[in-house]
Design a binder for this molecule. Structure first.
Ligand SMILES: [Zn+2]
Ligand SMILES: [Zn+2]
Length: 282
């Protein structure tokens, strides 16, 4: 029965290819998608095997040093990593997946932390997450405004790790581990490790993240818009015109540039700006 179905599908495929050559392209695209997803699965298996090997090598009991286990074990943790956890997703993610690097084959784990941070920023601004306001900074925020979220990224030479702020604590999920609650605040004065916890058992770290840390403070809408005179102005008839730049005070993004005018009897012009002009912004 199965053979018959296969033969039937094969025949249909041949006919389709003959009459609709573009079907070949569609079919190729499909098979390459299948290869991609199987590769992701293989990656996950490798990670899992690495973790299993770690289990075998660990003889003495280990207790988590920098974090505590957050919540109880779920097999679903084996399906997603630190970035997915930081983003609130349950499928495997990598910096750039939603913007600059849709295919994991093109992801480079040796890239600089700055490069990966730029990819994270692009993801946060992508249509998938649609955060208009993303402030990327190496300064850890001391507080968040309503509607803002915060995650941060750091690197070892060949791996990356993310944490997210929730309430006043930082949480993270090393690889396929149970989520953990960090005992400290992210700081370059303390290395991060990939110590982990599976099925209620803690495992010692094998990787340390010691790069610069990039924080992302993000929200769906921009914060308050501040206006700054660009230094450009001119007089025309009975009015004086000034060019202002409007920028988000949270992320610094330029929103718009606009001329505004005030009544002016000059020349000589007697508006306050004329007495102490600021340098022209290029
Ligand atoms: Zn903004
Ligand atoms: Zn004037």
């Amino acid at each position: 029965m199965r053979k018959r179905i296969l033969a039937f599908i094969f025949t249909i495929a041949l006919i389709s290819t003959y009459f609709f050559p573009t079907m070949m392209f569609t079919s190729d695209a499909l098979s390459s998608d299948i290869i991609t997803s199987s590769e992701i699965t293989t990656d996950e298996q490798v990670n899992y095997q690495k973790d299993s090997a770690q289990t075998v090598q660990t003889t003495a009991a280990y207790t988590l040093q920098d974090s505590t286990v957050y919540g109880s074990w779920s097999d679903s943790y084996l399906k997603y990593n630190c970035y997915a956890y930081a983003l609130g997703r349950t499928d495997n993610c990598w910096p750039g997946r939603f913007s600059t690097i849709p295919n994991i084959d093109n992801f480079n784990e040796y890239a600089s932390v700055y490069k990966l941070a730029c990819d994270v920023k692009a993801d946060l601004k992508s249509a998938t997450f649609s955060n208009k306001c993303v402030n990327m900074t190496t300064t850890r925020p001391t507080s968040l405004k309503s509607g803002q979220s915060c995650i941060c990224i750091r690197k070892s030479s060949d791996d990356y790790h993310l944490m997210k702020l929730s309430g006043s604590s930082w949480y993270h999920k090393p690889g396929l581990s149970n989520p953990l609650k960090y005992k400290y605040v992210p700081s370059t004065s303390r290395k991060w490790s990939d110590e982990s916890s599976f099925l209620g058992v803690d495992y010692a770290p094998s990787t340390y993240y010691d790069s610069e840390i990039y924080f992302f403070i993000y929200s769906k809408e921009h914060g308050s818009i501040k206006s700054t005179w660009t230094g450009k102005d001119y007089h025309s008839q009975s009015r004086h015109y000034y060019l202002y730049s409007y920028d988000c005070s949270d992320c610094g993004e330029h929103i718009k540039t606009e001329w505004t005018s005030v009544p002016c009897s000059g020349p000589p012009c007697a508006t306050p700006w004329s007495y102490s002009p600021k340098p022209e912004v290029v």
